[in-house]
Ligand binder design. Sequence first.
Ligand SMILES: C[C@](O)(CO)[C@H](O)COP(=O)(O)OP(=O)(O)OC[C@H]1O[C@@H](n2ccc(N)nc2=O)[C@H](O)[C@@H]1O
Ligand SMILES: Nc1ncnc2c1ncn2[C@@H]1O[C@H](COP(=O)(O)OP(=O)(O)OP(=O)(O)O)[C@@H](O)[C@H]1O
Length: 292
Amino acid sequence: MSDVAAPRVVEEEARAKVNLALHVVGRRADGYHLLDTLVAFPAVGDRLIAAPADGLTLTVDGPRAGALGDCAPEDNLVLRAARALARSIGIAAPGACLRLDKRLPVASGIGGGSADAAAALRALSRLWGVASEAELARLAEGLGADVPMCVASRPARARGVGERLDPLPALPPLGIVLVNPGVAVATPAVFRALAVKDNPPLPDPPGRFDAAGLLAYLAATRNDLEAPAVALAPVIAAVLAVLRTDDRCLFARMSGSGATCFALAESETAAAEVAAAVSAVHRDWWVASAAL
Ligand SMILES: C[C@](O)(CO)[C@H](O)COP(=O)(O)OP(=O)(O)OC[C@H]1O[C@@H](n2ccc(N)nc2=O)[C@H](O)[C@@H]1O
Ligand SMILES: Nc1ncnc2c1ncn2[C@@H]1O[C@H](COP(=O)(O)OP(=O)(O)OP(=O)(O)O)[C@@H](O)[C@H]1O
């Protein structure tokens, strides 16, 4: 009997990236904006499944697959990540059958494409054989500003354009609600509409966060992209108003360049209650909740 190992199927979560705070602190020579941001990765996201195969293929399904209509499969960040990894570890004819279960709204400030690319790097380095952590970080950076933080998928403070990562202490056991009103917001347009590009950095986070400490910390921070995004997509103000008038929401803000907004609640259960209440009134909004 041959001792050939059975083909493995690997699965990776591609969690949403939530910018709890986002300060724009300057500009790089190439025009990219320098950021100082606190990111969290609640258990809401896409799923990537990879199986051994001859040749590299991607199918996209799930409730948000249609939103990728104008993005050709070969331009999907999942395949771009796969090809970059194959090149870097010297696989001339890479083989994998990839399936993306697309659940996160597209172009919505929660880094869905970046999370998918990061999940592809993690899944394929399990399937094909390891690339070093440093190599994965280098590949991630080449795929997009948010991809390095999504590879780790852990709370972090990110600086530069996102590549300088410092882990954060564990976040307190709060709940989080994510709400997207169904309007895609283009990141470059929001950065262009930002009036002041050299704002003060984040205050240094404390060595440990309890709930009250995190809320007090966030109250002293901003998302500098919120005002320009609201100017481009006024419905974002309506989302924030819904969240800020719900007594169960302890804090609400927009993530990234929008239009997704988040609110923090006392527990995962309280967050689920808020999510149900928002969905009941705004049936066409995308709403999700999880532990922070
Ligand atoms: C704003 C954030 O969501 C914060 O996490 C991200 O930095 C955005 O990252 P992203 O969507 O992956 O953005 P990319 O696809 O890399 O960039 C889209 C475009 O937005 C602008 N852009 C993006 C990131 C950045 N730090 N400065 C910029 O000026 C650039 O015009 C860039 O060409
Ligand atoms: N797997 C993917 N998922 C989503 N978008 C993808 C993917 N692959 C390529 N794209 C392209 O990337 C663009 C940005 O999508 P994404 O959902 O990552 O934006 P985002 O949520 O605004 O990200 P960020 O928070 O980093 O600004 C889309 O318009 C789409 O054409």
